[in-house]
Design a protein around this ligand. Structure first.
Ligand SMILES: [Zn+2]
Length: 268
C-alpha cells in the first residue's frame, strides 16, 4: 500500500502499513520535500461541470516535516473536465518513525478548501446548510462570537418567516422593529417553535447568545455555549418543520429541512 492509498481514503483515520515514502531520511521540522507516492484522487461535485468528477493531484506532492512522527501534505486537485482546482490538506501521523521503510500511519487530519468550485458529494446545500456550515467552521477556528452570529441569523430568519405566516406583527406601534426576543416569545406563544427540551431554558440560551454577540462574554464562554445553542437552533427548525404550512414555506427557502438530522449529526 502506498501513502496515496491512505490519502484517498480520507477522512478514514484507520492505521495502515505503507511503503516508506521518505527514503529512510528524516524530514526535519518545517522542512519541505516533494514526494512521489502516487496520485491523490477525490470525488467532488464540480460546480463548473455541474456533475460529479474525480479530482486528481499531480504525481508529486509537497510534504512538510512536523517531527519524526508526523508530516503535513498539501495537494492541489484538478477537475479532469474543466481543470478547476481545489486544495486539500492532510496531516499523517505514525506510531513509529514516519520516515522508516514500512511505517504504520494514520490520517490525523483532513481539510478541504473547495473555494466555491466544488462541493462534497452528498453534502447538503442551500442557505440554511450554508449558515450551519459557516457556524461550524467558525466554531472549529475557535471564533466563539463569530460562530454564534450565524446561529442567531438562522434563528432570526426562521422566526421572522413563521411570524409572517402566522400574522404575528414584526413591526411595533411606533413603526420600529419588534425586539427579536419579544418577537420570538410572541411567535412561540402562538405556534410553539421552541422544542420541548428547551422550553425551560430556550430564552435563557437565546439571551446568552445575545450576550456573546454583543461582546459581553469571553470567547471561551462563547465556545462553551455553541453546541447547546446549535441544538436549540436546529431544534427550532425541526419544530417549525412539523407544521405543514410552515414546512412548505421553509422548503421554499431551500433550507433542505429533510437533511436536518444529517446537519445535526455533522455538528456533533
Ligand atoms: Zn469541472
Amino acid at each position: 500500500m502506498r501513502l496515496s492509498d491512505v490519502l484517498n481514503k480520507a477522512p478514514d483515520g484507520a492505521v495502515y502499513q505503507i511503503e516508506g515514502f521518505l527514503g529512510g531520511r528524516p524530514l526535519r521540522w518545517r522542512r519541505h520535500r516533494n514526494i512521489a507516492v502516487g496520485k491523490v484522487f477525490h470525488n467532488f461535485h464540480c460546480q463548473q461541470c455541474g456533475d460529479q468528477r474525480s479530482f486528481q493531484s499531480g504525481t508529486s506532492l509537497a510534504c512538510l516535516g512536523l517531527g519524526d512522527r508526523a508530516v503535513s501534505i498539501d495537494a492541489t486537485l484538478k477537475c479532469p473536465g474543466c481543470e478547476g482546482r481545489v486544495e486539500v490538506w492532510f496531516v499523517v501521523g505514525s506510531e513509529n518513525d514516519i520516515f522508516g521503510q514500512a511505517p504504520h500511519v494514520r490520517l490525523e487530519r483532513y481539510t478541504e478548501n473547495l473555494r466555491d468550485r466544488a462541493v462534497s458529494i452528498g453534502e447538503i446545500t442551500g442557505p440554511f446548510a450554508d449558515l450551519v456550515k459557516r457556524a461550524n467552521a467558525a466554531y472549529e477556528a475557535e471564533l466563539g462570537a463569530g460562530s454564534m452570529v450565524y446561529l442567531r441569523w438562522i434563528l432570526e430568519s426562521i422566526t421572522c418567516e413563521v411570524a409572517e405566516i402566522a400574522n404575528v406583527p414584526t413591526v411595533g406601534k411606533k413603526g420600529g422593529r419588534v425586539p427579536f426576543r419579544d418577537l420570538l416569545e410572541r411567535v412561540n406563544d402562538q405556534r410553539s417553535i421552541i422544542p420541548q427540551q428547551f422550553s425551560s431554558n430556550g430564552y435563557k440560551l437565546f439571551g446568552e447568545s445575545s450576550e456573546v454577540i454583543h461582546g459581553n462574554s469571553t470567547e471561551e464562554e462563547a465556545l462553551k455555549k455553541f453546541k447547546p445553542c446549535l441544538q436549540l437552533v436546529l431544534g427550532v427548525v425541526e419544530e417549525v418543520n412539523r407544521d405543514n404550512v410552515f414546512a412548505s414555506a421553509i422548503d421554499e427557502l431551500g433550507w433542505g429541512v429533510d437533511d436536518i438530522d444529517v446537519i445535526a449529526g455533522d455538528a456533533s
